[in-house]
Design a protein around this ligand. Structure first.
Ligand code: S3P
Length: 443
């Protein structure tokens, strides 16, 4: 679990039309959850299509450290022997979650109502990200928490011996907060309730139900209310991980902006808590054709054919933010190649992702000839139909910043270099090979 490697700069050059079939890897959110719920079930969970990226591998190692047996049996095929709800034991070593906010936050939740102690750490990016939003509610369950400056990793948690169930309203739209509370609620008696103002990705609820827990979701005057009955015996199950719509966004974006392109992306999620980008792209005039709607791994998916064509700027409603929270960096790139302004409001959460994504996108676009405006919680990109390029972009250990600018470089007048493409391995290890296969000049 060592993540200290030398920066790997990479350059994207103007490329011919992109053509072909893009088979993007498994969903990162679903992959983390499959390993964690597998570890909390009694018996063997079989996972297919697991995303074998660094973030997910770190979660697999963490589950072993808490006592589960995790085994890779083939490409994307994994088996987890779970220890049951409340069955985790104290890890002998520090839990290093690398770059992964989802990994560390969900695992903290999963152990916080079992009387064991664990210390969590991560890379330089994760060590700057706020953890109080997780440790706060976990303390309300009865967990004891020590954190650097009260907020940051390393964090040590001693789980509650006598946990209380919680009724918790999330202060910001965050599936990570919701999921940490629900996972902690698994080992609390009675009902744990999470209330969110805006619905966020619902993979935890879907998967908990798949493992046999009782979870109810209702839309009330209070908001989106999720109720979990504590202390279930989780039954192991077969989890088929669907493809990751957030990874699909990169080849899709490239096809939209590289003249003459037409690509097909199979099995793109149509889960309404994940598909906000595709609605916005349709509003921008993107040529998107959906076919073969079906359910895969419990998630609604369809095949998408994308063609290059003219795009115009739009205003993205803040209510859409949660359903496309990871897609704003690549949307900012698409917006730079559209005509007119794209306004992204209500996106303050972007400032606490793997990097401050508003700042990273604004600086990177400006350096390459883009025109942007930012406030604390908004980003506006004034599209001019193109970008000059020619600059090196600081990616701040953020995979999505790196992939976004490598896509931009495929069509900017001059090449664009990212200072470090290494972090792409945290979510999309085959990104470069996949993009080259479509005709992208990356090197
Ligand atoms: C995730 C939730 C989102 C997202 C992250 C994955 C998850 O974070 O940005 O990449 O799997 O629950 P927040 O819930 O903090 O918005």
């Amino acid at each position: 679990m060592s993540h200290s490697t030398q920066p790997q700069p990479m350059t994207a050059r103007r490329s011919g039309p992109l053509k072909g079939n893009a088979l993007v890897p498994g969903d990162k959110s679903v992959s983390h959850r499959a390993l964690i719920l597998g570890a909390l079930a009694v018996g063997e969970t079989r996972i297919t299509g697991l995303l074998e990226s660094q973030d997910v591998i770190d979660t697999a190692r963490a589950m072993e450290a808490f006592g589960a047996t995790v085994e890779r049996v083939g490409a994307g095929e994994w088996r987890v022997q779970g220890v049951g709800v409340g069955g985790f034991s104290s890890p002998e070593t520090v839990i290093d979650c690398g770059n992964s906010g989802t990994g560390v936050r969900l695992i903290m939740g999963a152990m916080a109502t079992t009387p064991i102690t664990a210390t969590f750490t991560g890379d330089a990016s994760l060590s700057r990200r706020p953890m109080r939003r997780i440790t706060g509610p976990l303390e309300l369950f009865g967990a004891q928490v020590t954190a650097r400056e009260g907020e940051f990793l390393p964090v040590t948690i001693t789980g509650a011996a006598d946990p209380l169930p919680l009724r918790y309203r999330t202060p910001v739209a965050s599936a990570q907060i919701k999921s940490a509370v629900l996972l902690a609620g698994l080992n609390a008696p009675g009902e744990t309730v999470v209330i969110e103002a805006e619905p966020t990705r619902d993979h935890t609820e879907r998967m908990l139900a798949g493992f046999g827990a009782t979870v109810r979701t209702a839309i009330t005057d209070e908001g989106h209310v999720i109720t979990l009955t504590g202390r279930p015996e989780l039954r192991p199950c077969a989890v088929a991980v669907p493809r990751d719509p957030s990874s699909a966004a990169f080849p899709v974006a490239a096809a939209l902006i590289v003249p003459g392109s037409e690509i097909r992306v199979e099995g793109v999620s149509r889960n309404p808590t994940r598909d906000g980008l595709y609605h916005v792209l349709a509003e921008m005039g993107a040529d998107l054709r959906w076919e073969n709607d079906r359910i895969e791994g419990g998630e609604p998916v369809a095949d998408l054919t994308v063609r290059h064509g003219p795009l115009h700027g739009v205003t993205v409603a803040p209510e859409r933010a949660a359903s496309m929270i990871d897609e704003f960096p690549i949307l900012s790139v698409i917006a730079a190649f559209a005509e007119g302004s794209t306004v992204m409001n209500g996106v303050a959460e972007l400032r606490v992702k793997e990097s401050d994504r508003i700042d990273a996108m604004a600086r990177g676009l400006e350096a390459n000839g883009g025109r942007v405006e930012e406030t604390r919680d908004s980003l506006t990109v004034h599209g001019t139909g193109g970008l000059k390029g020619g600059a090196t972009v600081a990616t701040h250990l953020d995979h999505r910043i790196a992939m976004s600018f490598l896509v931009a470089g495929l069509v900017s007048e001059r090449p664009i270099t990212v200072d470090d493409a290494g972090p792409i391995a945290t979510s999309f290890p085959d990104f470069v090979a996949l993009m080259r296969g479509l005709g992208a000049e990356l090197g």
